[in-house]
Design a binder for this molecule. Structure first.
Ligand code: CUA
Length: 361
């Protein structure tokens, strides 16, 4: 008997009342549930045992981690039960070789459908409400909040403390003081993330996004850009330094002294006048891509600016305002942003050119 004959024979008989493939199976549902519950417990155990996040560095971290655990506890059984039923059915109820017949017709199962709509609906709604309550809680306005403006650009972060009228190239925060970050970008989309704070927010052109956080642990935590923003994306990392309140105050005082020292230029040496070129080098984003020993920059997207060889001020100026004019061998055009002629004032550009020229040993 070949396959066609088998099909004809099966069609002649019509579909069976009960499928012979499941006829011999005793309590298949109970077995599937038994296996599913057992596998779910193992799955939940494994996912809770995995250390998903780094240490907690902010007051909201614990709430977020708990939320994450609850999501795992709810979603693992759903996944495991679905997979158990699918795999069990495939293994136990598969057609025997040569069986070409149809199974019995099914016109739905109301009880089953009500169950599989109601339970996920209740679960998803409850989790959404729990997530909303948590979000509302961690985003609540705090007393004594300090605003820090965060600006992303290719390929660096800069920070500004409006209450202190201070621009800074590093992020320093006093421990246990609530902070509101207001995040902007000068060019493309970046994303501001400090894993230990558990906060993350995109920096979107034309928008100011906000996140609140209260760091409650002293230490150096990495600020990471998590939005692919160009060739230097992976180098767009800095540190958030969380320090005791008095250390923060003295840092602010030092920064202000340094800033005003540069501006008044009292009895200083030769480079006292004009803007601080090293500050520009960092805040304009040069250090995000280039190495320059005296600025402490080590990025390798573009050429080492301390080793340009025999160049003059003209070459340096052109390379900044029109980077494609003369691309260093081994590097590609269109990598460096071409809008520095708009971003930098004439004084800043002059200072930067002079600074880079002096940097050539
Ligand atoms: Cu900025 Cu990736």
């Amino acid at each position: 008997m070949d396959d066609r004959e088998r099909v004809q024979e099966a069609e002649a008989k019509g579909p069976p009342e009960t499928d012979p493939r499941i006829a011999g199976e005793k309590h298949p549902l109970a077995r599937m549930i038994g296996i599913g519950v057992f596998a779910s417990l193992i799955g939940i155990g494994i996912t809770l045992w995995i250390d998903w996040f780094p240490e907690q560095g902010a007051t909201s971290a614990n709430k977020i981690d708990t939320l994450y655990d609850v999501l795992l506890i709810c979603s693992v059984p759903v996944f495991v039960l679905v997979m158990t039923i699918a795999i069990y059915s495939v293994v136990r109820f598969r057609a025997k070789p040569g069986d070409m017949g149809d199974g019995p017709p099914i016109h739905g199962n109301t009880r089953l459908e009500v169950i599989w709509v109601t339970i996920p609906f209740i679960m998803v709604t409850a989790l959404a409400i729990y997530g909303w309550i948590t979000l509302d809680d961690i985003e609540a306005k705090q007393p004594n909040e300090m605003v820090v403006n965060v600006t992303g650009q290719q390929f660096t972060w800069t920070f500004q403390y409006p209450s202190e009228k201070l621009d800074a190239k590093e992020l320093v925060l006093p421990v246990d003081r609530p902070v509101e970050f207001r995040i902007k970008t000068k060019d493309v989309i970046h994303s501001f993330w400090v894993p230990q704070f558990r906060l993350k927010s995109d920096a979107v052109p034309g928008l100011t996004t906000k996140v609140r956080v209260t760091p409650d642990k002293e230490g150096d935590f990495e600020v990471v850009c998590t939005e692919l923003c160009g060739l230097g994306h992976s180098t767009m990392r800095q540190f958030a330094r969380v320090v005791p309140a008095d250390e923060f105050d003295s840092w602010i005082a030092d920064q202000k002294k340094a800033a005003s020292g540069g501006a008044t230029g009292g009895g200083g040496g030769g480079q006292a006048s004009g803007p601080d070129a090293e500050q520009i080098f960092t805040s304009a984003g040069c250090s995000g891509c280039h190495t320059l020993a005296q600025a402490g920059a080590t990025a390798k997207v573009g050429p080492d600016l301390g080793k340009l060889g025999d160049v003059d001020a003209n070459f340096i100026r052109t390379s900044i305002v029109d980077p494609n004019a003369d691309v260093t061998k081994g590097y590609k055009p269109n990598i460096m942003p071409q809008d520095f002629k708009d971003k930098l004032s004439k004084e800043e550009l002059d200072a930067l050119v002079k600074y880079l020229l002096e940097a050539q040993g």
